[in-house]
Structures are given as structure tokens and as C-alpha cells.
Design a protein around this ligand. Structure first.
Ligand SMILES: Cc1cc2nc3c(=O)[nH]c(=O)nc-3n(C[C@H](O)[C@H](O)[C@H](O)COP(=O)(O)OP(=O)(O)OC[C@H]3O[C@@H](n4cnc5c(N)ncnc54)[C@H](O)[C@@H]3O)c2cc1C
Length: 415
């Protein structure tokens, strides 16, 4: 990786400390194999390695979330520490996120910022070790981009809230113990003001999770139905009616997580492989074709641009800025790059791009990557909506029309 933060003596010491720790917890020879560029040796060591077990090792070490307070499983550290751990995880071919990507990337930072001490003590450490997996219960059949219009209703009943409604697109909901729920607590207020944010136990009576199968063949996300689900008030995050404010923290972190701070997308989730791009290029039918060569050069240039853009966002964070609209720039760029690149890889592979001998895992992975990339410009905010945000918040263009902004939610006509 060319774009790296400068190592001051303090940063270099932290980097060494982290590498030293890695060498004590990884199987013998792993660190040396990477340092020596010995892919074959690394491949042999990694065989049978339990990366789920790795999640609890790094989760319990503090290095899994350097920014979180020390008493809740982090290092009470600074942004540069997070960047250094990510750089080294990537270099040592370790997963940057566990199966609990939504817990570590979204729920955790939200609870750190808006949760009570009791909530922080109860949930944060188990998020880091993936002992409790989380999902995000925001989108609904009628509310995605216009998220503040959600209809799922939470009504107060003594010390509890009673929830009714439906969510959709809930990634890993079928495996999750807890969900971040955005629900309407006051329909008489305009849409942004009548929302509250809850932690919901996915095993509560009345929660029904129905997996949805995608064109990749896997069922990554679900429909979730709430039928008189009871949530204790102590599970509310933030004040009643302040749910939008809390949700924005989740959304900002989502963009940062999905845009992956100058991170190769192949290594985001449990992927301990190298970026498959060079393998794909190796499998192209004719790399002497000038059109193919030109495309490869273009992807190389955009990859570099992406790195620089992500580095700019990182620099802002190192100055102490919170994740801001620049996360949208990275997210749009990454998503569209991933779609174009996988699409090109399938085309340039010729017939092998769409039909292969059973068991040809490289061809299968390439096709799956192409199909999965369709979701990149939708998940975590669509590219169109993120472009609106870039236009408004970075370029200072006029705001998108919002006719229902100051109207009571219950007065707005919807289907
Ligand atoms: C793989 C995947 C995983 C997901 N996981 C989760 C999850 O775990 N939890 C969760 O809550 N959600 C999840 N989502 C949902 C995701 O956040 C929504 O799909 C997304 O916000 C878009 O909402 P929508 O699907 O309702 O589309 P709509 O909002 O109905 O949009 C339809 C089209 O209209 C365009 N559009 C809408 N508004 C505007 C506008 N103002 N200006 C210009 N164009 C506009 C959109 O860009 C889009 O092309 C996931 C989605 C995917 C694909």
C-alpha cells in the first residue's frame, strides 16, 4: 500500500507492538511467511485455520476497536491507531471485519456515542468478540432512501415499548442476537422528529425472520416482522424522539465501514485472500488485445484514485474530524468501481466467464463477485442518494426537494 500515514516514533512503536502481538497469537510461521513474501508457506499455514476463532482473539485484545473506550474492549485510542491496525491486518492477510461487521462497524460506535453506561457495559465487549452478532433494522418495504419515513410503530406501555411493523433487507438477521431498530414513536411529529432508536433482542416473542434468496444463491438478508414485540425502555438508545440523530451516527459509520478506508474490498469480511484482480487478469483470454490492455490500465488508475481519496478522508479523521460526507464519495467510488471491474472480468474471460467446468472455483468466485457487486450501489445508501448528499453537503448545491419535511408524519399521503 503506497498511501500510508507517516510513522512518527509513537506510531512506529504502536505498529511494532501490534505486529509483535500478531506474532504471539497467530500460528507459527505466519508472520515470517508474510514478511518473506512466501505465499506457498502462508497457504499451508492457513489451511484449516479457524477465522471465526480469530474474531474472539482480536476482539478480546483491544486491537479490534482501538477507538472504543478501554473499559469497553477498546484502547481509548486515536484514529491513527485504527488505521495502523487495519494496514497491518491487511498486510498479514487477516480479516478486517468479522461476521459481526454490523456490530463492530455500526452498532458499537453508535452505542459508544449515544448509549448509556449500562448499555455500553452490557453490549460492547460481546460485539467485539462476536459472541453476540448484530443486524440493522432500518429499511422497510416503503422506506429505504427516505429512511426517516419509516412506519414501524413503537408504542409506550409502562416500562416497555410494543413494536409492530415490518423491516426488509435485514442482512444476517437470521443469525443475529440483537438488532438496531429505528421505529416511529410519535406519528404526530414531522418524520425526523417522531423516531426513537432501540436495541431489540431478535429472540423476543413476536419477531419473525424470513430469509430472502439472492441471485448469487445465498440468502444474505431477510424480511423481519414485528408482532407486538415488547422492548424494555432500558433498551432505548438516546432520548425519545431523537432516533434520527442516533441513526445518523449509525449511517455515517456504515458509509465508512462499507467504503473501507483504503481497503481492498476482497478482504473486508473474513476474506484472508489477496485481491482476486491479478488472478482474474491472468485468466483473460487475450491480454495482448489493446482494448483489454487499455481497460486494465484504466482500472489501475481508478484504483490509485480511490486510494488517494480514501487517504484524504483518513487524513481528515486523523485531524479529529468525525466521519463526514466524504464517506459518501468513497462509497460511491468503491461501489461503481467494483461493478465495472467485475463486469469487465467476466467479459474478458470469454465463455469461461459464464460457463465453467464444475469445480472451477476461480471461475465461480469471479461470477459470484460480478453478481454480488450489483448490490454495492444499493446497500448502505444508493449511489443516486449519496450523489445528492455530495451535491448538497460538499458542493453546496441547493437541497433536494422535501415537501413533507415539516408536515406531521401521519398527515403525509403514502402507499
Ligand atoms: C445487499 C443489501 C443489504 C442490505 N442490508 C441492509 C440492512 O442490513 N439493514 C437495512 O436496514 N437495510 C439494508 N439494505 C437496504 C438498503 O439500505 C436500501 O436498499 C437502500 O437504502 C435503498 O432503499 P430502497 O431499496 O427502498 O430503494 P428506494 O429508496 O425505493 O429507491 C429506488 C430507486 O430510486 C432512487 N432514489 C430514491 N430517492 C431518490 C432521490 N431523492 N434522488 C434520486 N434518486 C432517488 C434510488 O437511488 C433507487 O435507484 C440492504 C440493501 C442491500 C442491497
Amino acid at each position: 500500500m503506497k498511501w500510508r500515514i507517516e510513522d512518527t516514533p509513537e506510531r512506529a512503536a504502536f505498529r511494532s507492538e501490534f505486529i509483535e502481538w500478531l506474532s504471539t497469537v497467530l500460528p507459527d510461521g505466519w508472520v515470517e511467511a508474510v514478511e518473506n513474501g512466501d505465499d506457498e508457506a502462508l497457504g499451508a499455514i492457513k489451511k484449516g485455520w479457524n477465522w471465526m476463532g480469530w474474531t474472539s482473539v482480536i476482539g478480546a485484545s483491544g486491537f479490534g476497536a482501538p477507538l472504543w473506550p478501554r473499559e469497553y474492549g477498546g484502547l481509548s485510542g486515536e484514529s491513527w491507531m485504527q488505521q495502523i491496525t487495519r494496514e497491518e491486518l491487511q498486510r498479514f492477510r487477516l480479516p478486517l471485519f468479522s461476521i459481526n461487521i454490523l456490530g463492530v462497524g455500526l452498532a458499537g460506535p453508535t452505542i459508544v456515542e449515544h448509549g448509556t453506561d449500562a448499555q455500553r457495559a452490557r453490549y460492547l465487549k460481546k460485539i467485539l468478540t462476536a459472541e453476540e452478532v448484530w443486524c440493522q433494522l432500518f429499511s422497510e418495504p416503503g422506506s429505504g432512501s427516505d429512511l426517516a419515513s419509516v412506519s414501524t410503530r413503537a408504542e409506550r406501555d409502562g416500562d416497555e415499548w410494543v413494536v409492530n411493523g415490518q423491516k426488509v433487507w435485514t442482512s444476517i438477521g437470521q443469525f443475529a442476537q440483537f438488532g438496531m431498530l429505528l421505529a416511529r414513536t410519535d406519528p404526530s411529529k414531522p418524520k425526523h422528529e417522531g423516531l426513537s432508536y432501540f436495541i431489540v433482542d431478535m429472540k423476543s416473542p413476536g419477531v419473525e425472520v424470513r430469509p430472502l434468496r439472492q441471485m448469487t444463491g445465498s440468502a444474505e438478508f431477510n424480511e423481519v416482522f414485528f408482532d407486538n414485540v415488547r422492548i424494555p425502555d432500558e433498551n432505548r438508545v438516546g432520548e425519545i424522539g431523537q432516533g434520527w440523530r442516533v441513526a445518523r451516527t449509525t449511517l455515517m459509520n456504515e458509509r465508512v465501514t462499507l467504503s473501507g478506508l483504503s481497503i481492498d474490498p476482497a478482504s473486508m469480511m473474513g476474506g484472508v485472500k489477496k485481491d482476486p484482480w491479478s488472478e482474474w487478469v491472468g485468466s483473460f483470454r487475450d491480454t495482448s488485445d489493446p482494448v483489454i490492455r487499455q481497460k486494465i490500465a484504466q482500472y489501475y488508475s481508478v484504483q490509485e484514485l480511490k486510494e488517494v481519496t480514501a487517504f484524504r478522508a483518513l487524513s481528515a479523521r486523523l485531524r479529529g474530524d468525525q466521519p463526514g460526507p466524504e464517506g459518501s464519495v468513497n462509497k460511491v467510488m468503491n461501489a461503481e468501481f467494483q461493478q465495472r471491474r467485475t463486469s469487465f472480468a467476466v467479459n474478458a474471460a470469454g465463455p469461461n466467464g459464464v460457463a465453467w467446468v464444475s469445480g472451477d472455483q476461480d471461475a465461480e468466485r469471479r461470477a459470484t463477485a460480478f453478481l454480488r457487486a450489483r448490490a454495492n450501489t444499493i446497500e448502505g445508501g444508493t449511489s443516486e442518494v449519496l450523489r445528492n448528499q455530495i451535491a448538497e453537503r460538499i458542493l453546496g448545491l441547493p437541497r433536494d426537494v422535501a415537501v413533507d419535511k415539516d408536515v406531521a408524519w401521519q398527515e403525509v399521503v403514502r402507499n
